[in-house]
Ligand binder design. Structure first.
Ligand code: FEO
Length: 177
């Protein structure tokens, strides 16, 4: 059985994963209408789906443990971006925020001696290492490319492969959902 504190914290995390899914969906849609960013658009559609899986996994865990996983109220995410660089900076900042939140949850689970939740959260700890690495790598690549149009063309063409190489496609790489 989950304590009230843990249940509330897990429900807050459900909200954060849902907000991540929405934020990445907005990035996907924005990229979808820019010329030459089809790969980036597809990348963020996939990221959005993955965040929804992260949310679902949490909802099911809370319910399995005798709690109630609450579908959150969501505000509109950022929907337009000044540049492709801004999109990826937002992506990294967002993943860092999620990692911090997961770390806080892990800390809380230990404090409360909730080892089942602690064990469950390890999947998210590994996931965040990969997501942050992916976001950092993509930011570094964009930094190198600068204003070079042919570099950006290759970035867009290869981004789904980078995703596979770095995160194994994400979400299901280490034991699945
Ligand atoms: Fe589920 Fe990328 O945080």
């Amino acid at each position: 059985m989950l304590s009230k504190t843990i249940q509330e914290a897990l429900n807050a995390q459900i909200g954060l994963e849902a907000a991540s899914s929405q934020a990445y969906l907005a990035m996907a849609s924005w990229a979808d209408i820019q010329p030459g960013l089809q790969g980036v658009s597809e990348f963020f559609y996939k990221q959005s789906d993955e965040e929804r899986v992260h949310m679902l996994k949490l909802i099911k865990f809370v319910n399995e443990r005798g709690g109630f996983g609450i579908v959150p109220h969501l505000g509109q995410p950022i929907i337009t971006f000044q540049s492709i660089k801004r999109v990826f900076e937002e992506f990294l900042a967002h993943e860092i925020k999620v990692s911090e939140s997961i770390n806080d949850l892990v800390h809380m689970a230990l404090q409360e001696k909730d080892y089942a939740t602690h064990n469950f959260l390890q999947w998210y700890v590994s996931e965040q290492i990969e997501e942050e690495r992916l976001a950092r790598t993509l930011n570094e690549k964009l930094e190198m490319i600068g204003e070079d149009k042919s570099g950006l063309y290759l970035f867009d063409r290869d981004i789904l492969n980078f995703r596979l190489q770095i995160s194994g496609g994400g979400g299901g790489g280490r034991g699945g959902h």
